[in-house]
Design a protein around this ligand. Structure first.
Ligand SMILES: Nc1ncnc2c1ncn2[C@@H]1O[C@H](COP(=O)(O)OP(=O)(O)OP(=O)(O)O)[C@@H](O)[C@H]1O
Ligand SMILES: [Mg+2]
Length: 333
C-alpha cells in the first residue's frame, strides 16, 4: 500500500544569468529561483492497483515519481510505500520497487544484456531457482531471446525498453514505477510492453504507477487515473467516470475565412449555457468548439456561424481521453 499525504516539492536553485558575464555574476549572487513543482498532493494506492498518472508537460509527474522512489526528498508531507519511507530508507526501498524511466536506460551500456541480468541477480540477491523462473517468464512476455547476447548499446529503442522493463522486474518488486515506458516506440512494441505490464500485474499482483502522454496506454492498462495540473491533483477516480462525464462532449473544428467573427458572437448567451457545456479555442484560422451535445446541437453552432462568415471546412470528432484531459485543463471538473 502506498500513502502520499500532503506532499509538496519546491526546487530552489541559484538564479542563472545569461552569457559569460552572467555566469560570473551568478557566482557572486545569492539570488535564488524557486519552483513549486508539486503542491500538497495526497492519495493512496492499494496492492495490485494499476494507476495512470497523467498531466501536461511540467505538471509534476516525474517529480512525484522521484519522491516515491526515494531519489529526491519532499519539501513537506509524508510518503510511505509498503511501510517504508522511501527517501529515508533508500536501500530497503530499492529491494521492493522496480523503476523504468523511458527517457533513459538503467542498463550498463557496454555489457551484453545477459550479463546485465546476472549482475542484477547478485545485486538483488535473487536465488538461482527464482532467477531461472523469472527469466523464463520475462522472456516469454517480453521476447528477449533474440538479443540476449547483444551489447546494450547496440539494441534498438524498442529492444532496450523491453530489456529495461525486464531488468526492473527481476527481483519481483511489489511496486513498479513506469515513467513514460512507451515513449518513442512503434505500435507493435507498445502493444508488447502493455501486454507484459498486464501479465506481470495479473501474475504477481504488483502495484503499477504509470505516467504517460499516450492515452491508449491508460485506456488499456489502468482502471483508475490521477490527473495532475501545475503540481495539484485535479482528478482522482475511474476512467469510466470521467468518460461518462465528458463522453457527451463533441469537438467540432471549423476553418473560417474571417476568424474574428467568432469572438463577436456570445454563444454562451445565445444557447444559455455555461463554459462547461460550451467552450472554444482558436488556432490560426481554425476554431474548435467543445460542446456538450445534450445541451447544444452541432447544427445550431454551425448555423450561427454560417450566417456571419464563409466556412471553408468542418471536422467533427468523437472525444478520446486526450480531449477530455484538455477539457479539464480548460474548464475544470
Ligand atoms: N531539479 C529541478 N530544479 C528546478 N526545477 C525543476 C527540477 N526538476 C523539475 N523541475 C520543474 O518542476 C516542474 C515539474 O517537472 P516534472 O519533471 O515533474 O514534470 P512532468 O509532469 O514529469 O513533465 P513531462 O511530461 O514534461 O515529463 C517543471 O516546471 C520543471 O521545470
Ligand atoms: Mg516527466
Amino acid at each position: 500500500m502506498i500513502k502520499v499525504e500532503g506532499v509538496s516539492k519546491e526546487f530552489v536553485n541559484a538564479k542563472k544569468y545569461p552569457g559569460l558575464k552572467g555566469a560570473v555574476k551568478g557566482l557572486f549572487s545569492n539570488e535564488k529561483e524557486r519552483k513549486l513543482a508539486v503542491n500538497d498532493i495526497s492519495f493512496e494506492i492499494a496492492d495490485g492497483e494499476m494507476v495512470g498518472y497523467i498531466g501536461g508537460n511540467g505538471a509534476g509527474k516525474s517529480t512525484t515519481i522521484k519522491m516515491m522512489t526515494g531519489i529526491i526528498v519532499p519539501t513537506s508531507g509524508i510518503i510511505e510505500v509498503d511501510g517504508i519511507v522511501p527517501y529515508k530508507n533508500r536501500m530497503q526501498n530499492a529491494q521492493n520497487i522496480g523503476v523504468v524511466f523511458g527517457q533513459r536506460t538503467q542498463l550498463w551500456w557496454n555489457l551484453p544484456l545477459g550479463e546485465t541480468f546476472t549482475i542484477l541477480k547478485e545485486i538483488y540477491k535473487v536465488n538461482d531457482k527464482d532467477f531461472k523462473k523469472r527469466m523464463k517468464f520475462l522472456n516469454e512476455v517480453l521476447d528477449l531471446g533474440k538479443f540476449m547476447n547483444n551489447t546494450v548499446r547496440t539494441l534498438s529503442l524498442g529492444q532496450r525498453m523491453r530489456a529495461d522493463l525486464a531488468a526492473s522486474l527481476l527481483h519481483n518488486p511489489k511496486t513498479l514505477y513506469l515513467d513514460e515506458p512507451t515513449i518513442g516506440l512503434d505500435l507493435v512494441v507498445k502493444d508488447k510492453i502493455r501486454n507484459a505490464i498486464k501479465e506481470i500485474n495479473a501474475k504477481y499482483h504488483s502495484k503499477v504507477i504509470l505516467t504517460t502522454h499516450d492515452l491508449t496506454d491508460i485506456e488499456e492498462i489502468c482502471h483508475r487515473i490521477l490527473i495532475i495540473d501545475k503540481g495539484t491533483i485535479i482528478y482522482d477516480g475511474t476512467l469510466e467516470n470521467i468518460k461518462d462525464k465528458y463522453g457527451k462532449t463533441r469537438m467540432i473544428s471549423v476553418d473560417l475565412h474571417d476568424i474574428s467573427v467568432v469572438k463577436k458572437i456570445n454563444f454562451n448567451k445565445i444557447f444559455n449555457v455555461s463554459k462547461k457545456d460550451f467552450n472554444y479555442q482558436i488556432d490560426g484560422k481554425t476554431v474548435t468548439f467543445i460542446i456538450n451535445k445534450d445541451k447544444v446541437s452541432v447544427s445550431a453552432v454551425l448555423s450561427n456561424l454560417m450566417g456571419k462568415t464563409d466556412v471553408k471546412d468542418i471536422r467533427i470528432k468523437e472525444t478520446d481521453i486526450g480531449d477530455i484531459v484538455k477539457q479539464i485543463y480548460i474548464a475544470g471538473i
